[in-house]
Design a binder for this molecule. Sequence first.
Ligand SMILES: [Zn+2]
Ligand SMILES: [Zn+2]
Length: 455
Amino acid sequence: MSQHWFPKTPTLPVNAPLVDQQPPEARTQRRRLRACHECDWVSALPPLKSGEKASCPRCSHVLVKRNRYPAQRSMALAVASLIALLLAASYPFVSFSYSGVSNRIELSETASTLIAFHQPVVAIGVIMTIVVLPAVYLIGIVWLQFGLLRNDPLPFSRSTARSLSHLTPWMMADVFIVGALVSLIKVAGLADIELGLSFWAFCTFAILLLMTVQSIDADWMWFALEGEPLAPEGTQTGMSAAAQQLTSCPTCGLINRLSPDGKQYCLRCREKLHPRLPHSVQRTWALLAAATVMYIPANVYPIMTTTSLGNSSPSTIVGGIVELMQGGSWPIAGVIFVASIIVPVGKLFALAWLCSVANRSHALNAQTRTTLYRITEFIGRWSMVDVFVVAILVALIRADSLMTINPGPAALAFGSVVVLTMLAAMSFDPRLLWDAPIKKYPGRNAARKEVIDGK
Ligand SMILES: [Zn+2]
Ligand SMILES: [Zn+2]
């Protein structure tokens, strides 16, 4: 097997500049190869103009998206998002007044108030997902793009670029906005609500953050940072990478040859490589089982307790939805019902089903199953809405003996259901759906077979 060993260092173009500002297509003569992250199909990237994207011919997963002025664009958006976040953190978020008692909260109080009620884990979860992780991400983007723009990457650019790709699913500013709207509509009938400057700044921040994430042209960024090492010799398009002892890097997309001992890092970005995620189905089952167990206390215990004029009324997730419906707030009840019941339960069933059919999947139904997996992965974070509603209401509704809202134990249990199902979706490897022995793959989507060696 020794002839399959890859060189220790990437073979970069001779006299390659420190940062290549050109799109990769302008500099490499060879067509660059990619293996799809969702179905493992090897295909050759076409030359892309800005605004164009290349999708996998087998499962239509987007392989590369080419942006116009990628560095300038991400830099501008990241700086604007950071300014909006700074504004959101420095002004009052929202205030309410009820029978002459008023309360005004800042953004950080949505987390810090929870600590006073012995819910430090939920508090950390809230502040991490809405402020800390997005801020770290944005600073990382500024750091990277600043180096690329001055044609000399700053130190740790490679590890920063690698780490940032893992942060994206955990940033939930957009979900928090939905949570804020739900909680404000919920109390609008009871008390006077006034939105502060921070609320609008945070909305702007959430939109700019989404745009920043969208603006990242990872293919160009990795080419600019590290060039593109040659594809392993003899790599063929139109078949799966694993069948050729190859694997695609999950972070930078480069095709690497698998080493026999199994311990391997990407030549270009040093990400750990696996032909398939290790013990993918078992891990997903274990995480699903844990999430199912946690879903019981999440529904049995109250998620919050409203105390009004000495009367305490605890409400569970389902109880809260029923109360909203009785009060006529059908749209809000609908949002909470979808986010807290339909999404987590649907996700548990969908992933359990995918795990049980992973080994029995074949080319005819793999596309539908991959689509189900994509939906499952995409919607998971939206379940956090109810946890954010609790965080906001607990901080906001503090009118001493008149009316207060305290968090219940279900908030932590439900938050852990969301995190566990997200981890379960991440640990499931959709390539397993395409792995079963596939008969000759005919049809319109079959990619042309061609040998492209690394020379
Ligand atoms: Zn694919
Ligand atoms: Zn890589």
